[in-house]
Design a protein around this ligand. Structure first.
Ligand code: PGA
Length: 251
């Protein structure tokens, strides 16, 4: 059986190098458990090196963003060649907290193409801001998916991971119920089918993110039809993260 995918999005935490080291120390005590997953840790850039050194035997390295710029002279840009040299295998792209700062779906597509070109797996985030009762959010999702994947070919799309993260469920009290997740995943596959054909669409891996924890992960996985999760808060607490990993690796 294929392993569940778990991407730990540390965002701008922990607040110091010492705290990051402490978290890594706690996580490494459960390395055997984490090896049962396809686990990736996406730390703030300055921690890439210690995560790479300390979590090497149980987690892959991910970034929370990339620059789509080529090699050149761009103050503050972290380009794909730098990320690759640290061993980054996967990049979260278009997280809603980046989109809130003005990142557009066009820019997301550009970054996803740059990641693919560099051999980094893009985890392209999509998700509606609100769920209106008229279902207009489905149209918004369609538009967002089409624009965020623009220029990605049929050959390349199976190397992309889509992370469905309804914005209202991020950092909230509750995740989306499993049944509603399943409906949305079917809708996303329908859009992918329109864009790439059914055979290809079925191969695209879809993750869910937004208030995933040890109490809901197993149900979301079973009912939601997703390959795994993008996790924020819970990934910063070693005990809760362990409980979440246990819940999705045991029947
Ligand atoms: P959360 O964040 O797990 O804290 O809701 C998820 C995310 O932002 O990717």
């Amino acid at each position: 059986m294929t392993k569940p995918i778990l991407v730990a999005n540390w965002k701008n935490h922990p607040g110091s190098l010492a705290e990051a080291q402490d978290l890594l120390k706690q996580l490494s005590q459960k390395a055997l458990l984490y090896k049962r997953l396809s686990l990736f840790i996406a730390p703030p850039y300055p921690y890439l090196e210690i995560v790479s050194a300390k979590a090497r035997n149980y987690a892959g390295l991910a970034s929370q963003d990339i620059s789509a710029l080529p090699k050149g002279t761009y103050t503050s840009a972290v380009t794909t060649d730098i990320l690759k040299s640290f061993g980054v295998k996967l990049a979260i792209i278009g997280h809603s907290e980046r989109r809130n700062l003005g990142e557009t779906s066009e820019q997301v597509a550009e970054k996803a193409r740059a990641a693919l070109k560099a051999g980094i797996v893009p985890v392209v985030c999509i998700g509606e801001r609100l769920r209106d009762i008229d279902g207009e959010y489905f149209e918004q999702l369609r538009e967002q998916i089409k624009t965020s994947l623009a220029g990605i070919s049929k050959q390349a799309i199976t190397s992309v991971i889509l992370a469905y993260e309804p914005v209202w469920a991020i950092g909230a009290k509750e995740a989306l119920p499993g049944g509603e997740l399943s409906q949305t995943v079917i809708f996303i596959r329908k859009i992918l089918t329109d864009m790439y054909g059914r055979n290809v669409a079925e191969k695209v891996q879809i993750l869910y993110g937004g208030s995933v924890d040890q109490t809901n992960a197993q149900v979301l996985m079973r009912e939601g039809g997703v390959r795994g999760f993008l996790v924020g808060r819970v990934s910063l607490n070693a005990k809760n993260f362990e409980a979440l990993a246990t819940s999705i690796t045991t029947k």
